[in-house]
Every structure is written in structure tokens, then in C-alpha cells.
Unconditional design. Sequence first.
Length: 245
Amino acid sequence: MIKAILVDDEAYIRQNVSSKLEAYFNNDIEVVGEAESVKEAVALIKEKKPNLLFLDVQLKDGTSFDILNKIEDKNFDIIFITGFDNHAIKAIKVGALDYILKPIDDEEFKAAVLKAIQNVKEENDIDKLVEISSEYFLGVKKKRIILKTMENVYAVYEDDILYCKSEGNYTTFYTKQSERILVSKSIKKVVELLSEDVFIRCHQSYLVNKKHVVRYNKQGVLVIINEVKVPVSSRRKDYVIEKIF
């Protein structure tokens, strides 16, 4: 049985989550405690040693990242619960963590919990994911993102990404270290992860890091470091030149 703790400063949200767990996952998950503050949550997590946390991002005495930064052994999976806070949502996505939006939709809830149950069974290490989400949330200048492939989990600095090339629902990240990291994400999803003031959508299938652009030539391509060429679509040409140069 998976032990869960619910952390939210609104009692009705905790009750809502508890009711849904009882309705859909009664044989898999047991709620072993609830907390409404950072202080209460840290003490409860250390005492109960849960497998799964449901965390509201904003609490009355801090944030869920304050809780996570106070816990050394993160032997649990996390589902964040948040309102339409774009900064918090992006921080969660950058760390490849999971979240549910308020008001809680039943189907989204079930999908997130099923994924968490699988993660708990696989005993995934989330320390690095939390670290990178927390960095973004707190506004660290040198941003990193988590990229998951079939074999590995990469923590990549945005500055090290040269460009991205998409093919359908897959995107390859090309880095300064000559790595090619293929992830199961469409370019639309990748755009949501990266800093919009740094990465430019220059083509339907390409994103380029403008910091690494050397020049634009008359053949309609951007030349980046190491003489790598990235195509620019004709309809995006003026936009790309304005944004980069």
C-alpha cells in the first residue's frame, strides 16, 4: 500500500483529493496525514516517510519548494496541485515533475496518480528533478531543464543547447558537447520548456538558441557555432532577424 500525505492550506482541497483517492485508488493508496503549512508538512514527512506527496505550490508560510528543500531523503513521488500560476507550472515542467490544476478534473487526477503509482514502484530518484524545478522557481540565472530519454535522464543547461529539431512527436536537442538527446516531446511542448527570450522558433521543425547564432545568410539559413546551419522558413524570416539581430 502506498502511503500518501496531502499538503494544502485549503481544507476543502485536501478533502477533495482524499475523496478522489478513496473513490478511485482505495486498494492502492492510504492517506497517512495532512498538513496546511511548510512547518507541519516537513515534520509529518519525516515522521510518516510517505511514498507520495500531493503538494500545493503556495502555502500560508512559504511554498512546496521550501518543504522539499528541507527534506534530505526524497524517497517519494510528487504531484503538485496548483492554480493557473504560469511561473510555478513552468518550474514544474522544467523539472519533468507532474501537476494537477485547480479545480481538479477527475480524468487528469486519475492519469497523474496512475503515473505516480508506477514511479513509486520503479523507485525513481527525484532529487535532481526537484533541484532543477526549485532553481527555476527561485529565479536562478543559469537555467537547467530535465530531458528524459528511454535510457537516461539528463540535466542540461539552456546555454549548452545549440538548437532543437522536431520530427512529429519527437524532438532532438543538439548541445555544445556534441550530444544528441532525443525526447518524446513535440516542438510545441519543447517551446513551453525553454526561455522564450533565448530560443527562437525559426522553422516549423526547428528552435535555435540565439546566443549561438553567428550570421544569417542569403540561402535562408542561420549559421551557428561550428558552422552548423539551421533553416529559416520564409514566413518567419523577418521575425527571426528582428529577434536575433
